[in-house]
Structures are given as C-alpha cells and as structure tokens.
Design a protein around this ligand. Structure first.
Ligand code: AGP
Length: 578
C-alpha cells in the first residue's frame, strides 16, 4: 500500500505535504515525491528513499505554490526508483497524479495510449495519460471519465495548473479529505492531516470529489452530486497511523483477510518442477517454510527439505543445478537467509525468493522473486507477512501440480476468527501470569505450533516450546503439571484422534489445555480447559486459520503483561547480522 496526500489553500503547500507523507510513511517508504502548481506550471521532485533519507536532496521546500500532491510508495509494479516514484506526469507535463492501489487493466489501457511516451514501469502512470486524454476543461469531469475506464483499486489525487482544484477519486483504497478554514487537505488516512484538522470527509468506493480552497464537492461514480457528511475524529497522529488499534501488531493481524485477498492475485511465475526443493529462512519465515514442506509434498509430490538458514549456510548441503532453493524473508535482508541463498547459487541451484520488501537484497540476488502483498509490516512480530508467505506457497504448489486449491473462502474465515478477539482476550487473562507453555500440533499444524510458541515468547517473554505432539511421550510430557499449560492445535483433520489422545495425556497429569478446534466440535471441550474455535476448511488449509487465534492469544497475553508489543526487548525487525 502507499500513502497519498494533497493540500490546497493559502499556505505554501510543500512543507505541509512533507509533514503529511512523513506521517504516512508507515504505509510504504521505498520512494517519495511531490508536485506543486506554480506560475510556470507543475513543479515536480521525486526519488528513491524515505523522507529522512532524501528530503534534503529532493529539496521539497523549494517547490513553490499553494496547491500540491505528494506520495510515499510501497512498490507493487516496477522497482523502487526515481522514474517509478509518484507523482506521475502526463505527456504534456500539464497533469500530475498520485495513486494508491493496483490498476489491473493498465497494460490494455496502455495499448489505447500508443502515442504517449511512458517513463515508468508502473501501472499508475497510465492514469496521468488517460486524464490528459479525457481533459476538456474540467479536471473533475476528466477524472470521472478516467476512473470509468479503470479496473482494480485506486485512490487518486490529480492537479493541473489551469484548474484551481485537486480532483480525487477512490475505489478500494482509502481516501479522506480534511476540512480546514480556507484550506483543505487530502490523505490516504487522517494521519496525513490530523494535526491541522479533525473534521473529515471520507470518500466511499466509486466516489469522486473536487477539492478547492473553500469548497469540497462530492460526486457519485455516475457524476451525480452528493452532500458530504463531515465527521469529527479525536485521534492524534500516532493513533491515526494505527487506525485506532492499540498496536501495529494488532492492526496487522486484522489486515490479514485483505492481505490474503491481495495475495490471491500475486502473479506466480512459470516454474519447472525441480528434482528437490530446499527451503531456507529464519524465525517465522522458517515456520512458513516448514508449512510449505507439507503443502508442496502433498500437492506437488516433490521432495522438500527445510533448513534453518543459519544451519544451511555452514553445512555442506547436497544441492545442485537440478534443485530449487526457496528463500523466504519478510525484510529480504536477513543475513543468514542471504548467505544460504548465496551458497545455493554457488552450488548451481536455481533460486526463488518469497519476499515482502521490493528490491531488497535477497529479492535482487534471487534468480526469480515472488513478492508477498502484505504491505509494510511495522510490528517486529511477523503476522500478516507470514500469512501472505503461506498463500504464496499454496499458489506455488498449485503452479507445480496443476491442481486448484480453494483459497478464496479463507479471507472470510479469518475474519470470523478476528471477531472472537474479546473471547480470546478472556482466555489470555487466565494465563498471562504463567511462566511456561507447551504448544503441540501434528502434520500441517506442527509448524503452526512452532510459530504459535514463537509469537508468545517473542512479545510476552514467557518461555514457550513448540513440539510435534507425537513427541510428547518422548520427553516433553515430563514438563506437564498444573503450572505448564499446553496449547493444542486440534482441528478436525486426519490426525485429530491422535492429538486428542495427547490432550488426554496432558489433562491426566493436571495440565491445562487450550485447544484450537473446528467450529461445531462439541466433544473437544471435554479434553480441554479452554477452546478457541476456527471455521471448518479443507484439512490442508488449516494452517491459514489455526495461526490466527495463536497470534491473538500471544498479543493479548503480552498486552496484559504491559510488554512493548510492537518493539519487544532484544529484538529487531530485520536481523541483518548473523
Ligand atoms: C518473527 O515474528 C520474528 N520477527 C523473526 O523470527 C523473523 O521472522 C525472522 O527474523 C526472519 O525475518 P525475515 O522474514 O525478515 O527474514
């Protein structure tokens, strides 16, 4: 996702816009840009990097004028670079736009604009050229005509030197207008302008607006005017960035239905079935990789070996040109994962990166890369990136096997689990003073037991161990007592009876059991102290659901312990050293 901003009023726009995109950087930060209107036309400055890195070189403060738009980017089409940064100009340079979203039919639209010289690799630039083509005196009318040609999602701000207005439109990506006195603000969300005004008009999907110094005219997608309904928001900037959630981690857990939807449209490259697949990663990404083993072996019938990147890099792996190494990394900068990738390449293996941050080092050094569509993940504890990694692995399995995996109902099922937040918090209240936990799971859910234990320990500082539940009798059951609860992932799948017997063994030794179980399973409660229900799904898809209550449980335990959930002690979001 990206951040877009606009200002129209009597003050110099550049300083206000810089503050807006600084407050929007949590939405994306790989490149930034600004355009303002001056006597000579449109003045534009943009470049790769964050505000703090490039503001001085881009000299935004020198941009004249009291009307302007700005953008902070999270690249989806086209690498982070100056040419791909927004704003984008039309052929004549008389129209400038910023865009957040994905224009799915941009290639077809480019065909209709053959006379235009495109400067970027982005989908967004098409909007600037289309606007110019559709302009005949009214910028708002030109935008109305343009959006009717777009397929996909957009939040757009557009300016022209001959129009004392900012024309805006929205579908699928948020857009808000801040109402000032003799000035008006625009932002992807209110963090762009909440320090200036708390009176806000939110656009609904397919609505447009003509924003002038002293007026805001709102229109439906058919051009009919509609009366704006201003709201007053009592948020500060930080709260606005968290969209009202107490922590970024909770916000990102709640973004997961949309992340899955977005991940379902990620293009998966043609892949040649290898002799063997190796998966290397660290931490949560590693547990996504271990889940990937079960997925790829089940569907693609290809042997998969998963290794901690830190172990792989110092081993002497039997890997060669017939093999594929998949490196999974949210940041794309994890030192051990990068080293493991380089070792595999030295041994001739093909490499595929499943990465969240565009143009990160691992992305650039992989032979091919699939970018997850989780957007910026601010919380140190990885949640939405993990879910997006899983979706990509299912879709790689689809590509290798030619089978269709029914992923489309998953966003709605995750949403159902998220609605149980209060119930999960009530369960967390019973256990947040405990010092040790066991997490157990089998088969597809064994890696989820490991991930659930990691979530708990890294944000609440409670010791938690994940185990294959069949291992309990081989040692861990010695830990079981009334002070060591066990979280058991027990959906209705092929190994359900086996995990129930493990739960009975724990209960027989006075151990509490928190079960993650399938809705409608009424018998499970006789084997568990507490039950967190998840919707029914295909047994191979349970990891996409069973992880969600564990994320929320860890979050609420840590919050109840007053831990620094978004920035846990001793941790960093990206471990760029070994
Ligand atoms: C997960 O919650 C942790 N933040 C950590 O284990 C993380 O997954 C690991 O450091 C790998 O990071 P990456 O995905 O950026 O490579």
């Amino acid at each position: 996702m990206c951040g877009i901003a606009g200002y129209i009023g009597k003050k110099k726009a550049s300083g206000l816009l810089l503050s807006s995109i600084r407050n929007l950087e949590y939405r994306g930060y790989d490149s930034i840009g600004m355009a303002t209107i001056s006597e000579g036309g449109i003045r534009l400055s943009k470049g790769k990097g964050k505000v703090s890195e490039v503001d001085s070189s881009l000299a935004f403060s020198e941009l004249p004028g009291t009307i302007g738009i700005a953008h902070t980017r999270w690249a989806t089409h086209g690498e982070p670079s100056e040419k791909n940064a927004h704003p984008h100009l039309s052929q004549s340079g008389k129209t400038a736009i910023v865009h957040n979203g994905i224009i799915e039919n941009y290639l077809e639209l480019k065909e209709t604009l053959r006379g235009s010289a495109f400067k970027s690799e982005t989908d967004s630039e098409v909007v600037a050229h289309l606007l110019e083509k559709n302009y005949s005196g009214s910028l708002k009318d030109a935008l109305l005509k343009t959006v009717q040609q777009l397929q996909g999602t957009y939040a757009i701000c557009a300016i022209r030197p001959d129009s004392k207005e900012i024309a805006v439109a929205r579908n699928g990506s948020p857009l808000a207008i801040g109402l000032g006195n003799g000035e008006n603000f625009i932002g992807s969300d209110i963090s762009a302008f909440v320090e200036h005004t708390k009176k806000v008009v939110y656009l609904d999907d397919f609505q447009l607006a003509s924003v002038k110094e002293n007026s805001v005219e709102l229109f439906e997608g058919n051009g009919n005017p509609v009366a704006p309904e201003p709201k007053t928001i009592n948020w500060d900037v930080e709260k606005a960035q968290k969209q009202g959630y107490k922590h970024f981690m909770l916000k990102e857990i709640h973004e997961q239905p949309q992340v899955v939807r977005d991940s379902l449209s990620i293009p998966i490259p043609e892949l040649e079935k290898p002799r063997k697949i190796f998966i290397v990663a660290c931490g949560t990404a590693g547990y996504a990789g271990l889940t990937g083993k079960y997925i790829l072996e089940r569907y693609a019938r290809t042997q998969v070996e998963v290794a901690y990147a830190s172990e792989f890099r110092y081993s002497d792996p039997v890997i060669g040109p017939e093999d594929l190494l998949i490196a999974i990394s949210q940041s794309g900068e994890t030192a051990d994962t990068l080293a493991a990738l380089r070792l595999a390449k030295q041994k001739g293996a093909k490499t595929l990166g499943i990465i969240n941050v565009q143009e990160s080092t691992i992305a650039r050094e992989s032979d091919s890369v699939i970018y997850t569509r989780a957007g910026p993940e601010i919380g140190v504890a990885s949640t939405k990136a993990f879910i997006s990694q899983l979706v990509v692995l299912y879709r790689v399995a689809e590509k290798l096997s030619g089978t269709r995996i029914p992923l489309s109902p998953i966003p709605g099922k995750i949403q159902e689990i998220l609605s149980q937040g209060e119930k999960i918090r009530e369960v967390a209240k019973k256990y947040f003073k405990v010092y040790n936990f066991l997490y157990i799971g089998r088969n597809f859910n064994f890696p989820i037991a490991l991930e659930g234990a990691l979530k708990l320990k890294e944000i609440s500082y409670i010791h938690a161990e994940g185990y294959a539940s069949g291992e309990m009798k081989h040692g861990p059951i010695a830990l079981v007592c009334d002070e060591v609860p066990t979280v058991s992932i027990a959906p209705k799948d092929a190994v359900y009876p086996k995990i129930v017997s493990n739960m009975q063994e724990v209960r027989a030794r006075n151990g509490d059991v928190i079960a993650v179980a399938t809705e409608g399973d009424s018998s499970i409660s006789s084997h568990a102290t507490d039950v967190l229900y998840i919707p029914e799904t295909e047994e191979t898809l349970y990891p996409l659901l069973s992880v969600v209550p564990l994320q929320l449980f860890a979050y609420h335990v840590a919050d109840l312990r007053d831990c620094d959930v978004d920035k846990p002690r001793n941790l960093a979001k990206s471990v760029t050293v070994e």
